[in-house]
Design a protein around this ligand. Structure first.
Ligand SMILES: [Zn+2]
Length: 175
């Protein structure tokens, strides 16, 4: 699970041994989401470096693979090639939502505002599913009733070991 590797500080070239993790689980979810689990502080110069490497994340009832170097992993729910995507998937699955439908909603919102903005799932409250628009910095809510309506209306062709993003989601919908 935990490996020790040689690390050379990019700021001062100090060589140290640091820990990296092949697999992480929900017990360190907050440190994964804010990336502190991967942030190393140099003993010599105190500069922080984020170590970006592939790992498996074991969530509540799902496994994700963060692929840094285009490696493929089997028997995982999703593969993420971008750390922002991984964070979003963790939030979606921990909230018990369908990521294919979340991507559909982003597409639906963009169509409605006639744009192609980058939207991120940003949590839910009692009534709404919240999206954050990275381009305009606005938050936008979709009623949960609408989400539930579409969840029942659509059929999904869910598959393991795939990337589901704003382009690929359509392959996993059966309409
Ligand atoms: Zn240093």
């Amino acid at each position: 699970m935990r490996k020790r590797i040689d690390f050379i500080c990019p700021h001062c070239n100090n060589k140290e041994r640091v820990s990296i993790f092949d697999e992480l689980d929900v017990s360190s979810i907050n440190e994964v989401l804010d990336r502190s689990k991967f942030t190393h502080t140099c003993e010599k110069c105190n500069q922080k470096t984020v170590l970006d490497y592939s790992f498996k994340f074991h969530g509540n009832g799902y496994i994700l693979f963060y692929s840094k170097n285009n490696e493929i992993e089997k028997n995982v729910k999703r593969i993420c090639y971008d750390f922002g995507d991984l964070k979003e998937k963790i939030m979606i699955f921990e909230d018990g939502l369908n990521d294919i439908l979340i991507e559909y909603f982003k597409h639906y919102i963009n169509k409605h505002i006639n744009k192609n903005d980058e939207l991120r799932y940003d949590g839910s409250d009692e009534e709404n599913i919240i999206f954050y628009n990275l381009d305009t910095k606005d938050s936008l809510g979709i009623k949960k009733e609408l989400y539930d309506y579409f969840l029942n209306k659509f059929k999904f062709k869910d598959k393991n070991d795939v990337e589901v993003n704003s382009e690929s989601f359509i392959k996993y919908m059966d309409n």
